[in-house]
Design a protein around this ligand. Structure first.
Ligand code: NAP
Length: 278
């Protein structure tokens, strides 16, 4: 019988992960199937037991379970520990091991646009949810000069930085309007909120009036492919990066953890773009 993988979250019906992974399994000639599995918080332990006994062979984890799942697994990889969330679970010699591929997936997507030395680079991350944690931990790990987190609820930005930052003088929390006013100091601006996601495609998380010349602006959203935020950034001369690269790379890294095989990322990107009409 083939192997069984899946995405656990609530809700999960909208996810493009099944199409992307099932196509990659076929392309790599692996007898396996990947499905979206809607799981409520109270059922997490039962699903982990299914992986332990081999009914399932591994899963991705999405909203709202990335933190809660950590109590039900046996080992947590260092990167996932640093981010404080798990998005990939692998069974290894009967033990459940948790990884986080969001941070590495994000950095791989933005790397082609970054300067080789990040020591003078000032980053603004908008949003302080689960995705922001992975993005912030990765930028701090890459050695940027400073990192500011701006969030609608400023206290959550403070909490995030307390969790992941070791050098307090390098990081700061702000409100969204404070970030807008001081925008010219940032070289990289990342939207990690859901503001602008379909169907609310006219919305933007902050105004870009004071955007620095030649800034890099990225948005984790991939539906639509070009958010109103990215459109404005491009019109103001910024380099823009959408969320497709992160989505494909985090998925490809999970695939590698499960199978030991590197899938074809171009093919995965094409599947996602085709589904989104890009
Ligand atoms: P989350 O944990 O629920 O965090 C949501 C964040 O958005 C919070 O900071 C929240 O602020 C902010 N927010 C929500 N509505 C807002 C509004 N109307 N105005 C201002 N701020 C608002 O979600 P997440 O897991 O971090 O995901 C966030 C986004 O990233 C989603 O669009 C998701 O699709 C995307 N994402 C993409 C990838 C990828 O592979 N490309 C991977 C992961 C996530 P408060 O704290 O004030 O509530």
């Amino acid at each position: 019988m083939g192997k069984r993988f899946g995405l656990i979250g609530h809700p999960v019906a909208h996810s493009m992960s099944p199409q992307m992974h099932n196509d990659a399994f076929r392309a790599c000639e692996i007898d396996a199937d990947y499905e979206a599995i809607d799981v409520e918080a109270g059922d997490l332990e039962e699903v982990m037991e299914k992986i332990r006994i081999g009914v399932l062979d591994g899963v991705n984890v999405t909203i709202p379970h990335k933190v809660a799942i950590m109590s039900f697994i046996d080992e947590i990889d260092r990167e996932a520990e640093r981010i404080g969330a798990v998005n990939t679970i692998v069974r290894n010699n009967g033990k459940l091991v948790g990884y986080n591929t969001d941070g590495a997936g994000y950095m791989q997507s933005i790397e082609p646009y970054l300067p080789s030395n990040l020591h003078d680079i000032n980053v603004l991350v908008i949003g302080a949810g689960g995705a922001a944690r992975a993005v912030c931990a990765s930028f701090l790990g890459a050695g940027v000069s400073s990192l500011v987190v701006a969030n609608r609820t400023k206290e959550k930005a403070d909490t995030l930085l307390n969790l992941i930052s070791t050098k307090q003088d390098q990081t700061n929390a702000m409100t969204l309007s404070e970030a807008e006013k001081g925008l010219e100091r940032f070289d990289i601006i990342v939207n990690t909120t859901s503001v602008g996601m379909s169907p609310y495609t006219e919305q933007k998380p902050i105004s870009l009036t004071k955007l620095k010349d030649k800034a890099i602006v990225s948005d984790l959203i991939y539906n639509p492919l070009e958010t109103a935020f990215l459109k404005e950034a491009a019109e103001r001369g910024a380099i823009t990066v959408n969320g497709v690269g992160m989505f494909v790379n985090q998925g490809a890294l999970s695939f590698e953890y499960w199978t030991g095989i590197k899938p074809d990322r171009k093919r995965m990107t094409n599947i996602v773009l085709k589904t989104l009409g890009g």
